[in-house]
Each structure stands twice: as C-alpha cells, then as structure tokens.
Design a protein around this ligand. Structure first.
Ligand SMILES: CC(C)(COP(=O)(O)OP(=O)(O)OC[C@H]1O[C@@H](n2cnc3c(N)ncnc32)[C@H](O)[C@@H]1OP(=O)(O)O)[C@@H](O)C(=O)NCCC(=O)NCCS
Length: 195
C-alpha cells in the first residue's frame, strides 16, 4: 500500500520523510487502541462507516506539528512564535501522533545541555489537541524511546506548572525552583534519566 500524507510517504509499512531527515520502520511506530471511524462511499449500499486508521506516532518535519503547537501553546502570539530555535537542526526530531491527516499531539526533542551543563536532550512543544485521551502520552513515550535509540539518556524540559503531574507520570522529576517565562507563566525544570 502506498499512502501519501503531507510530506510523508508510507510504503508497505515503511514511513519515509520526503525531506530526507528520517526513515522509520513499522517496528518503531506506536499504535494505540484508539480508532477513527469515517463514512466512505460504497458502490452497493451507498455510504457506510469503516475504521480508517488507528492512531500512530511518527517522526515528521517541523511544519507538520507547528499548527498544533501554535494553537495549543501560543494561541495569543503570532504564528512565528511556533517556530522554535533548533527546529531544523540536524539532530532535532519531531513526533506527531496522528489519525489520518489529523495531528492529535506533538513533541519535539533536540540536543541541548541541561541547565546544569550535563549533556542531554531538551523536550519542547509538548501539546495535545484533546487532553486526557492518551495522545500526549503516546507522543512522549515514542519520543523518549527515540532519544534512547539515538543513545541519549537525559531528557529535560521547562515544564508549565499544570503539566507537572503529566511529566511525573512519565518518570520526570522536578529539578529547579519555580520561575517565570513571560508571557506564558510559571515553570519548573524537569528531567528524566533513561535506562
Ligand atoms: C500536557 C499535555 C500535553 C498532556 O497531553 P494529554 O493528551 O492530555 O496526555 P494524556 O491524555 O496522555 O494524559 C493526560 C492525563 O489524562 C489521563 N489519561 C491518559 N490516558 C487517558 C485516557 N485514555 N482517557 C482518559 N484519561 C487518560 C492521564 O492519567 C493523565 O493524567 P495526569 O494529567 O494526571 O497525568 C496536554 O494536557 C496539553 O496539551 N496541555 C496544554 C499544553 C501544555 O501545557 N503543554 C506542556 C507544556 S510544558
């Protein structure tokens, strides 16, 4: 089967980034139980509901996740604020949780030392279109596995205070006092050391 979605081509289970940054096998994709049902044409009975595709996590180029990043994380700022420094750096990767063409959650990871100088990967742009349905967890779990696959051990982020319990559930711990990032609000540094 060949499926073209935006800038990606899915050929018999291999997802290939046309921009050439990433090539991923089906084994690296994450499937959740969530299924989307759509109504499609049927020659004999008119229109009928079918399961189109389960939710999956894939690596994508930054352009794919910026609209969701902007809508969830920077809605009151210009779209340009959804373009982060390092987005297009060679080591940076972006995770999208998708169902069909819809981006349900996203997360970005790039090499950047932790605030105390230890070598690490910084998590940025963690966002979910529909909180509480597991999409954010799917994106984060997939991204942590990808960091591990690339030989990384330390993942850190500036966590917004309301998101702290979410990160804690994923094994992150708070490593700083609270600080303000205008105009977004209060944050803490959190980190997770991967096995
Ligand atoms: C933080 C955020 C990315 C989490 O994404 P999410 O899709 O809500 O994540 P999940 O659904 O996997 O988990 C969220 C909660 O729902 C619960 N949950 C997980 N799967 C669930 C499911 N299938 N059904 C119901 N609840 C579920 C989890 O227990 C979790 O609870 P917690 O918040 O107490 O940890 C999301 O809430 C978000 O976009 N927030 C706004 C932006 C933001 O603050 N981003 C972080 C910046 S540092």
């Amino acid at each position: 089967m060949t499926e073209t979605v935006g800038q990606h081509t899915d050929i018999a289970g291999q997802r290939i980034d046309i921009a050439g940054q990433h090539t991923d096998t089906a084994a690296q994709r994450t499937e959740t139980g969530a299924q989307r049902t759509e109504t499609v044409g049927d020659a004999s009975s008119g229109r009928r509901p079918v399961d189109v595709e389960s939710v999956s996590a894939v690596l994508v180029v930054a352009e794919v996740i910026r609209p969701l990043r902007w809508r969830v994380l920077r809605p009151d700022q210009p779209f340009a604020e959804a373009v982060y420094p390092g987005d297009d750096a060679p080591d940076t990767f972006h995770v999208a949780v998708r169902s069909g063409g819809d981006v349900l959650a996203c997360a970005s990871f790039h090499r950047e030392p932790a605030p105390d100088g230890r070598e690490g990967w910084r998590l940025r742009g963690m966002a979910s279109a529909t909180p509480g349905r597991g999409y954010g967890s799917t994106a984060l779990t997939f991204g942590l596995a990808e960091v591990q696959r690339r030989g990384g051990r330390l993942v850190w982020c500036n966590a917004r205070l309301p998101a702290v319990p979410f990160y804690q559930r994923h094994g992150f711990t708070v490593t700083s006092a609270e600080f303000e990032i205008p105009p977004i609000g209060r944050h803490v540094v959190m980190e997770r050391v991967l096995p």
